[in-house]
Design a protein. Structure first.
Length: 232
């Protein structure tokens, strides 16, 4: 584990959350840090209420992964659209001209993360004071380390908390391996968890899950240009 002077350990944070005795929301992307966060919270005796934000509706490989984790942890995972889904539609990302008027007429909302969290808490019957855990780790990047040093891993105003902030990558993988949980197929296909519709994700998706690739094109028809552009 790493340490930052003046910043409390993630273990002490989880101990405090456990003593509070209330469920903790967990942003669950199916990525390694989210899996390790879920395990760490359970190790501390904390009830986890996971939710998943999807950037494209209806992808089978994502649904299969979420189904697996629901069975593995015997806990339902609430599923909601990601803020980027609305943003991409409202900004006509990969949209052909004939769709633009329809999208404008739909007057879709463009919530931010705070809006989404408020709606999730209401939907799940949780108070606004519920802590929302994530898998942000200081070792991931200088930016994250500076943010945690400056703002801390536990933010009382937004109720966001990074429950494994001081874990190194090896500790993440070790805890997942100890639980005998296989990493999602994302890591084989993309090298990371799926979270976008650029070439890094679309090209492997077109090869490994063509039906899901076509589903992306249902929502973003011109996304195929990403593949064409890289073939030129």
């Amino acid at each position: 584990m790493i340490s930052i002077p003046g910043v409390r350990t993630s273990e002490s944070i989880r101990t405090e959350l456990a003593a509070d005795g209330r469920p903790v929301l967990l942003a669950f992307s199916c990525g390694k840090d989210a899996i390790a966060s879920w395990l760490a919270l359970l190790d501390s005796g904390i009830q986890v209420v996971p939710y998943h934000l999807y950037c494209v509706p209806g992808l089978k490989f994502v649904a299969d992964e979420l189904d697996y984790f629901e069975q593995r942890f015997q806990t339902p995972i609430a599923r909601y659209p990601h803020v980027s889904f609305y943003r991409m539609l409202n900004n006509f990302v990969f949209q052909p001209p004939e769709r633009l008027a329809t999208i404008e007429a739909a007057n879709l909302p463009e919530p931010d993360y705070a809006d989404i969290l408020r709606l999730i808490e209401q939907d799940l019957g949780l108070p606004a004071s519920t802590w929302v855990a994530d898998g942000v780790r200081a070792a991931d990047s200088i930016v994250r380390r500076v943010s945690i040093k400056r703002h801390g891993p536990m933010k009382p105003v937004s109720h966001k908390v990074s429950v494994i902030w001081d874990w190194r990558k090896r500790e993440v993988y070790d805890r997942i391996e100890a639980a005998k949980i296989p990493l999602p197929v994302d890591y084989e296909w993309f090298g990371r968890s799926f979270d976008g519709i650029d070439y890094r994700f679309l090209e492997p998706l077109s090869r490994h899950a063509p039906d899901d690739y076509r589903r992306v094109l249902d929502w973003f028809p011109l996304a195929e240009l990403e593949l064409i552009r890289h073939e030129l």
